[in-house]
Design a binder for this molecule. Structure first.
Ligand code: SF4
Length: 166
């Protein structure tokens, strides 16, 4: 199966969310927070917007902005509450570009609202972990029922909240 950056993102965020996404159960349009995130993403880097969408083998990535001269990935996010999730998403992008033979790529996550940015690199442990995640994702998705709810504070801001708790 094709593994996208979104799968990696949801895997780290919530495996139940990943399952809903993979089974085409969408409630994103009901979330104002998601809409805000999309607005910030679309309204940043307007002049230098250079989205990179590619499929390589079983991997699919859509990078907000790729600077080929400096081999630098830029990913724009609304808030740093899910920083670890964002970091793994960018590590996956670096991993896929490496597999395509593009070495020396680094990443940067930009939080325009917070006026912050963080650097992302990929090391051998990360490469190993990504391989493991890529094996685990199809197993989660192939289950007939979704994984259990995770009872995290950020569930309240999740588009699936009502489906999970009400
Ligand atoms: S509400 Fe919580 S448990 Fe349900 S999908 Fe969202 S993050 Fe996962």
């Amino acid at each position: 199966m094709i593994i996208s950056g979104t799968h990696i993102n949801y895997y780290n965020h919530c495996k139940r969310h990943l399952w809903f996404f993979a089974h085409h159960i969408f409630m994103e349009h009901t979330s104002e927070l998601v809409a805000l995130g999309k607005f910030i993403s679309e309204s940043t880097y307007q002049r230098e917007k250079h989205e990179l969408h590619l499929i390589y083998g079983e991997d699919e990535i859509i990078i907000d902005f790729y600077d080929p001269k400096n081999k630098r990935i830029h990913e724009v996010k609304k808030s740093n509450k899910m920083e670890e999730t964002h970091i793994w998403q960018v590590k996956f992008y670096i991993y896929v570009l490496e597999k395509m033979g593009i070495k020396g790529v680094t990443g940067e996550i930009d939080y325009p609202k917070l006026r912050q940015k963080i650097d992302v690199i990929l090391d051998d442990n990360d490469r190993k972990r990504i391989e493991e995640i890529k094996e685990e994702i199809p197993k989660i998705i192939s289950n007939d029922i979704p994984p259990s709810v995770i009872n995290k504070s950020y569930c309240k801001n999740c588009s699936y909240y009502e489906l999970c708790y009400v």
